[in-house]
Ligand binder design. Structure first.
Ligand SMILES: [Zn+2]
Length: 434
């Protein structure tokens, strides 16, 4: 898989996601040393590896800006519980997690990402060293943390959890594959002191910080009575809001708060499937966010509340939510942007990835346009519409991340997928199936 140069030959379509959102036809892409070296017609075939893309649509790798990969362990558990009943049950099970379970669960999640064309993932959880090892082996880019709350599951107290979180940040600050993030679980599980310490760590290392916020009505109302502020205003009072802040969910949010997020340049992760499954009563108001030019990216949330890691599905659900009651003024292009270029902006890597352009990292997926549900393709429809409404993760044919082929023709060669799934199944107490 480690070819120094790769030529994607005669790509039928290249959905570039560049500034002009150009779609190129019958064009080649030359990849060298992990980067996109050239995009042109008829590039000579001198590369170590040539992939014929005559029937393929080529697009940027998906970016999943919020998940909890180890929660693959609990996939299919408690599907019928609303958030406020679900979370305590989950946390009770998480107390018994072992490092080995987290490592294999992360590997399984990362394999799913590769199969569904995701090349960068922001993963929010505990056991960062085990997750980092798994993400490195998988070959995707990971934004990882050791999430902090006041009554930590694996530490004596919040201070010990914060020290561990900072140690991980220090250890990975210059890593190529893993970007550390300062994370507080939420305002309802983190005190004012904890939130301030996490903010200060983020500033000290000049890294991203993130938090689940304004998820449920309960959180919103409790914040009003306890903090005398909405969740967003409360974070603002703690000087938590800036362009390096990632707010996950933001479902219960007022127009004034949205304006504030826009002013600060905060980024918002939209998790539409998970939000509906956990019965939050509201999802993030995408139309109002876009109207104020807030950067919104797409995310699956964890595999226990989704229950998969397919960003193609999130595109469709996000779009449908804005058509369910009335057709909102949101274009297919704006929806699609959330899965790549906006994801890159959210993670502060838009100069490196999120689009197919010369000089950027080669984070690329291909779709072979040979299936019944891909057709027709003509002047009455658009490829972007097909990506949102017709495709799903299983359509991905090749996944290339930073110039490494992680999946070719739906085959993953650098990891023993069968062994990993068997081991994972065994660690969950399940019988051998495959
Ligand atoms: Zn989450």
């Amino acid at each position: 898989m480690d070819n120094k140069s790769i030529l994607l030959k005669n790509c039928r379509f290249i959905v570039t996601q560049d500034r002009d959102r150009k779609i190129l036809e019958k064009t080649d892409i030359l990849i060298s040393d992990g980067k996109i070296k050239k995009i042109a017609k008829a590039i000579p075939e001198k590369s170590d590896k040539v992939i014929d893309c005559s029937y393929k649509m080529v697009m940027p790798g998906m970016i999943n800006t919020h998940t909890h990969l180890p929660m693959t362990l609990f996939r299919g558990y408690m599907d019928a519980l609303p958030f406020n009943d679900w979370l305590p049950m989950i946390m009770k099970m998480e107390r018994d997690l072992t490092p080995e379970q987290v490592y294999f669960a992360t590997l399984v999640g990362a394999l799913e990402c590769i199969r569904f064309g995701t090349t960068a993932v922001a993963d929010f959880y505990y056991f960062p060293y085990e997750r980092a090892k798994a993400i490195k082996e998988a070959g995707i880019l990971g934004f990882l943390d050791s999430s902090v709350m006041d009554k930590p599951l694996f530490f004596k107290d919040a201070d010990e959890a914060i020290d561990f979180s900072e140690k991980f940040i220090k250890d990975f600050i210059d890593d190529e594959d893993i970007r550390p993030v300062a994370t507080a679980h939420s305002i309802y599980l983190s005190s004012r002191e904890t939130l301030v310490k996490i903010r200060d760590i983020a500033h000290k290392y000049n890294i991203l910080k993130r938090i689940h916020v304004s998820e449920s009505e309960k959180e919103f109302r409790e914040s009003l009575s306890k903090n005398k502020n909405t969740p967003i205003d409360y974070l603002d009072s703690l000087r938590w809001l800036d362009e390096k802040t990632i707010l996950v969910h933001a479902n219960w949010i007022t127009n004034i708060e949205i304006r504030r997020l826009a002013e600060y340049g905060c980024k918002v992760c939209h998790n539409p499937t998970s939000n509906m499954k956990l019965a939050y009563g509201k999802v993030m108001p995408l139309d109002r966010m876009l109207e104020k030019n807030v950067t919104v990216s797409l995310a699956t949330d964890g595999p226990t509340s989704n229950n998969n890691l397919d960003i193609f599905e999130e595109l469709k659900v996000a779009s449908l939510l804005n058509k369910f009651i009335e057709i909102k003024d949101i274009s297919d292009q704006q929806i699609f942007d959330m899965s790549n270029i906006n994801g890159a902006k959210t993670l502060g890597i838009e100069d490196k990835t999120g689009s197919i352009e010369q000089g950027k990292q080669a984070d690329i997926v291909t779709i072979e346009l040979t299936k019944p549900h891909h057709y027709p393709i003509n002047k009455h429809n658009s490829l972007i519409s097909h990506i949102i409404y017709c495709l799903n993760g299983n359509d991905v044919c090749d996944t290339i991340a930073r110039g490494r082929i992680l999946m070719e023709n739906q085959e993953i060669k650098h990891l023993d997928e069968k062994m990993i799934i068997r081991k994972f199944q065994n660690l969950t107490g399940g019988e051998k199936i495959w």
